[in-house]
Design a protein around this ligand. Structure first.
Ligand SMILES: [Zn+2]
Length: 353
């Protein structure tokens, strides 16, 4: 029995059709792997797919994953006693079984560590038979955050998993994990969704207003999870507007004003990676328009200003801006003085006469 694509709508996963098809086929032929590793950029749908797989494995309804049986519902709400989602704790957080769980991640860039104590707890839990479902399933998110101690401890579980256990790891990229970990998992490398698919899903499923959906889909670069979150969190879009306004301001300003602005923006180092990412997107758009490729721009809500910059700046100026913004992002990654890095960048950006 081989599941056809039109039989897979019950998975309710948007995109990643090839992965869903493959998993459904493994389920239908009873050849589900002991461990999966789902890789891809943040907010691309790894955990969503993992949860759908868990539902498909545990579902007690007619057409797994039915999404409606008590089991599917509990899994959806993270309330199933045999299913656990584990991820790293904040740096410096003292992990303790009885301590309250750490707060949710402040943003995608927050660094966390998956610790050996967490792995030990997982192993203890896996050693017992399931309470009510067929399998005990652990989803370990962002496994690249596991330190060596934790990864090595987990390797033992991967080598000899209990027969009632299924393991699902997620990570940005398989190369960030110990090769011995990745090689013991069936790897599904998820890719960004087509922009049109994200846009369509935002309108149809999340009822986002079409114009906003169009912009969010492009800003998301095919990461549906990011787009959905941004559609519900106005602050994300407001920050982008402020960052782009800052850039267009700088391009009209003289030396002294630019230095003042660098000092102001450097105060909020948390926001700088996002800001530079958006500026990179801006200059890429300017380049696209200059190349006559304007239909592919990301910042669809600012076409007029993009056109203006494409007309005013030379190819060399645009390429230099791209290079300098990228270099600044790298410097900041290496913990250089952020004010100094911004000053150098701002003084090097071209001037709108
Ligand atoms: Zn179900």
């Amino acid at each position: 029995m081989v599941a056809r694509v039109d039989e897979l709508t019950n998975w309710r996963v948007i995109g990643h059709e090839w992965a869903v098809r493959g998993l459904a086929r493994s389920l239908a032929t009873d050849r589900v792997a002991h461990a999966y590793l789902l890789t891809g950029p943040h907010a691309i749908g790894k955990t969503t797919l993992a949860r759908a797989l868990v539902q498909a494995l545990e579902c007690t309804g007619k057409n797994p994953p039915c999404g409606e049986c008590a089991t599917c519902q509990k899994i959806q709400r993270n309330r199933h006693p045999d299913v656990q989602i584990i991820e790293g704790v904040p740096v410096g957080f003292k992990f303790d079984e009885k301590a309250p769980p750490p707060p949710p991640r402040a943003n995608d860039r927050e660094r966390r560590i998956l610790k050996i104590d967490q792995i030990r707890l997982v192993q203890h839990d896996l050693s017992r038979a399931p309470f009510e479902a067929r399998w005990k399933i652990i989803i370990l998110r962002r496994f690249e955050e596991a330190n060596d101690e934790a990864a090595n401890a987990f390797l033992k579980t991967l080598e000899e998993p209990p027969t009632h256990a299924r393991l699902i790891l997620t990570a940005r990229d398989a190369s960030l994990l110990l090769p011995t970990i990745a090689s013991r998992c069936q790897v599904l490398a998820l890719r960004p969704l087509p922009i049109e698919q994200v846009e369509h899903a935002l309108v149809e499923r999340w009822k986002v207003e079409p114009q906003t959906a169009r912009l969010l889909a492009r800003l998301s670069a095919g990461r549906l999870g990011w787009a959905v979150r941004a559609s519900a969190d106005r602050a994300l879009l407001d920050a982008r507007v402020a960052h782009l306004d800052a850039l267009s301001g700088i391009l009209r300003e003289g030396r002294a004003e630019r230095l003042t602005r660098a000092g102001d923006l450097a105060k909020d180092t948390e926001k700088l990676p996002e800001l530079l990412e958006e500026w990179l997107g801006w200059w890429r758009d300017v380049l696209l328009i200059q190349n006559g490729d304007g239909t592919r721009v990301t910042n669809v809500d600012r076409q007029e200003l993009l056109q203006e910059h494409a007309a005013r700046f030379s190819l060399e100026q645009i390429q230099a801006a791209l290079k300098n913004v990228r270099a600044t992002a790298q410097f900041l990654n290496q913990n250089v003085n952020s004010r100094l890095a911004l000053e150098v960048l701002f003084l090097n950006l071209p001037l709108v006469n």
